[in-house]
Design a protein around this ligand. Structure first.
Ligand code: ADP
Length: 750
């Protein structure tokens, strides 16, 4: 609601409220006063009417007693009863006519017995019997008056009394009187205006008021029960004297009982007539009200414009300023607060305009900076893209769910993706990793899975990348060297980056190398064995006694041949392991037996070096499904090293136990140890530590490499701790579930 409307409502409220209160109070009090006056007036009329009716009734009753029951009628009746002659009957009848003539109001007289049989009357012979009900007299009264219709259908007053002749018996005398005077009384409407009247009513057997005579507005109505709204016989007259009459009009009413009867009179007048002056007054107030409203409205309209015009102007200007028009100013016409407001507004607009301009300048500068920065950013993005695109390896990036979000040209070419839609697809729906013989990878073998779960970059070059078409036909297959790295932003994994290269050629070369070594070793072994064998024969004197010098040379030849055989064997074993041709044939193996067997084979060596060798295999260890030949080789290598690289009198121990789902073996010595700086190379091919080369010339540096290859291909781990001059401990684990069988081609050579 606008200020103007609010102000107008305020004006109206201020102007109207007093008029409303005064008008309402005056209306109510005048109304009450008027009602009281009316009640007083009609009360007086009701009282007058009641006394008139009462006296008229009284008069008639007295007359009845005097005329009908007086001394003569009982005597005539007695005579007739004594001798029922027609003469006596005539005498009685004559007396009745005589009496009737005395009263102007009396119309008919009947003398009856208790049962209503007419003994004599002035009505002629046709009326022989009256209704006994019509001739009952209340026991405590001498006479009873009722109003009812006579045979001529005109309301009459019936007064009944007892007649007692001297010779006994009870008889009744009924006089039918005219009602003219009572009707005239009721029809006197003096002081009752156009709607007032007095009603005479009797209480019927249900305590309801019923009209005894026709009424002003219902001349036909008789004994109607529509008078209950007037509360004529109510125990407590309502204090406000209002009621509803037989026409349903609201009336002011006062009623009085007619004493000596069960009748009552009610004088009433329509409220609308009685209170007519107040209606006029009310209309007058309404007119005043409307007039004041119009006046107030006009004044309010004029004055509110004075207040709201500057506000409206201000609002409009503010809107314009809001849209950026800072030239807006308010014409200062008024003085006082509104003038100050306008002035302040103008000042504020000046200030606003200034700061807006400054701001715009700043925004322009910033925008320029931003544009420059954006260009730089775009360039750097392009540079990054160019860099990424020109990586010689295949690169793809996926989001954390594995959907491809970026791929470079090289990758597309390597995978022969052509026009295939790649971005947005899950990368393993396009191509996947397989083993070299088509083996499917388990989830935990997938480099992407390992990278995401470990949070580290995973390198792998054991598998092939394979892309098939929808029908399952192989489109691309190549040996892949792959690095999958998780991409972490603000500590949250957002995806992975895969960098890969086709290593089909390298793998081929590797295979050829292995094959060559295998072949060469194989070919070398036969002549070497022959050399050793023949030297052995020489040494045993098969070719005659050797001179000490010859013996010495032959020994040297024997040892060298032996070492070469050992080297060739090692190379052969490695090539077998690497080419994956080795047979794995696991069977339930008792570890105690296995280790003790190896230790037994080495007994000569430990005794020679006076070393102590302690073996401890956990006694509750169950048999484990292992290839005893391969694992025996592992123990053999570790223990040979420990013996070799521990000085005379040293101590060596082997512990085998179970830890969870792993079988853990520990081989400890207190020998030369491995220099710290060379720890990283221990499991590399041909590695021999510096400190050892000086002490022990015998060795190929292939033993640990082989051991590691066997253990890891069996699902185990190997590690060590060593301190130079103090000793070395190697540990390795194997799964308690055992090794998996493999149908290879060759076994290891001892
Ligand atoms: P080799 O024993 O034929 O030299 P290995 O592969 O078995 O070859 O061992 C590689 C090298 O690791 C050894 O030359 C030696 O320097 C070091 N090494 C292995 N085991 C031990 C050990 N128990 N104590 C000290 N050095 C060891």
């Amino acid at each position: 609601v606008s200020i103007r409307k609010k102000l107008i409502i305020l004006f109206l409220a201020i102007g109207w409220l007093p008029t409303l209160v005064v008008g309402a109070l005056a209306y109510v009090s005048i109304g009450n006063e008027l009602t009281a006056k009316t009640v007083e007036q009609i009360d007086a009329i009701a009282t007058r009417q009641e006394s008139r009716i009462r006296s008229s009734l009284q008069q008639k009753k007295e007359e009845h007693i005097r005329v009908v029951v007086g001394s003569e009628v009982p005597i005539a009746l007695e005579n007739y009863l004594t001798a029922r002659t027609s003469q006596n009957a005539q005498a009685l009848r004559d007396l009745l006519f005589e009496r009737k003539a005395e009263s102007s109001q009396l119309e008919t007289i009947y003398i009856t017995d208790q049962s209503g049989n007419v003994i004599a009357s002035t009505a002629g012979d046709q009326v022989q019997k009256l209704d006994p009900q019509d001739i009952t007299v209340n026991p405590d009264e001498t006479s009873t008056a009722t109003i009812r219709e006579d045979a001529d259908r005109i309301d009459k007053l019936f007064i009944t009394s007892r007649v007692q002749p001297a010779n006994g018996g009870a008889y009744m005398a009924l006089g039918v009187y005219k009602l003219n005077d009572i009707v005239a009384t009721l029809q006197d409407y003096t002081g009752l205006g156009a709607t007032g009247e007095t009603i005479l009513a009797v209480k019927d057997k249900d305590d309801r008021a019923v009209s005894l005579l026709p009424m002003r507005f219902d001349t036909e109505a008789k004994l109607t029960t529509k008078l209950s709204g007037l509360h004529m016989f109510a125990a407590n007259q309502p204090p406000n004297y209002t009621g509803t009459d037989y026409r349903g009009h609201e009336v002011i009413v006062v009623s009085h009982p007619v004493s000596g009867t069960d009748w009552a009179v009610a004088t009433k007048i329509d409220s609308s007539e009685a209170l007519a002056p107040i209606i006029g007054f009310r209309n007058f107030i309404v007119i005043i009200f409307v007039l004041t409203a119009v006046m107030i409205l006009l004044i309010a309209l004029y004055f509110t414009r004075y207040f709201t015009a500057p506000i409206t102007a201000l609002t409009e200007k503010t809107k314009a300023i809001m849209l950026g028009d800072f030239t807006q100013r308010i014409q200062v016409k008024a003085s006082g607060e509104i003038g100050t407001l306008a002035e302040t507004f103008n000042q504020m607009t000046d200030k606003l305009s200034e700061s807006y301009q400054a701001l715009e300048q700043k925004v322009r500068e910033r925008t320029k900076d931003l544009e420059a920065a954006q260009i730089k950013l775009q360039e750097s993005v392009k540079q990054d893209e160019a860099l990424l695109a020109s990586i010689g390896d295949g690169v793809i990036a996926t989001d954390q769910a594995g959907y491809i979000i970026w791929i470079n040209k090289v990758a597309e070419e390597m995978l022969k993706l052509g026009d295939t839609q790649v971005i947005g697809r899950k990368y393993d729906t396009l191509w996947h990793l397989e083993g070299q013989k088509g083996e499917q990878l388990k989830q935990e073998e997938q480099p992407i899975y390992q990278a995401i779960t470990s949070g580290r970059a995973i390198h792998n070059s054991d598998y092939d990348y394979v892309r098939k078409d929808e029908a399952g036909k192989e489109l691309v297959r190549f040996a892949v060297a792959l690095t999958v790295a998780p991409v972490v932003l603000n500590g949250k994994l957002i995806g992975t980056v895969h960098v890969f290269r086709d290593v089909t050629h390298e793998r081929q070369v590797d295979r050829m190398k292995t094959e060559f070594i295998s072949l060469a070793s194989h070919q070398l072994r036969t002549p070497l064995s022959a050399i050793r064998w023949f030297t052995e024969m020489l040494l045993s004197g098969d070719a005659g006694e050797l001179s000490p010098e010859q013996n010495d040379f032959a020994h040297n030849i024997y040892d060298s041949a032996d070492r070469m055989i050992e080297l060739v064997n090692s190379l052969l074993n490695i090539s077998r392991i690497e080419s994956g041709r080795i047979i794995v044939d696991p069977k339930p193996t008792d570890l105690t037996q296995l280790v003790n067997g190896v230790v037994n084979d080495l007994k000569a060596k430990t005794e020679e070096k006076k070393q102590t060798l302690i073996v401890s295999v956990h006694k509750d260890l169950p048999k484990v499904n292992l290839d005893p030949r391969l694992i025996g080789q592992v123990y053999m290598n570790f223990l040979t090293n420990a013996i070799k690289y521990t000085p005379k009198g040293g101590e060596i121990s082997v512990f085998v136990s179970r830890k969870g789902e792993e079988l853990v073996s520990q081989i400890t010595d207190n020998g030369y140890g491995i220099p710290k700086e060379q720890h990283g190379r221990v499991f590399q091919k041909f590695f021999r530590a510096e400190n050892i080369v000086k002490v022990e010339t015998d060795g190929t540096g292939l033993g640990l490499y082989l051991v590691k290859a066997i253990i890891e291909s069996s699902g185990g781990r190997v590690w060590f701790e060593s301190e130079e001059g103090k000793g070395t401990t190697f540990w390795f684990t194997l799964p308690m579930s055992g090794m998996k069988a493999k149908e290879g081609e060759v076994t290891l050579d001892a």
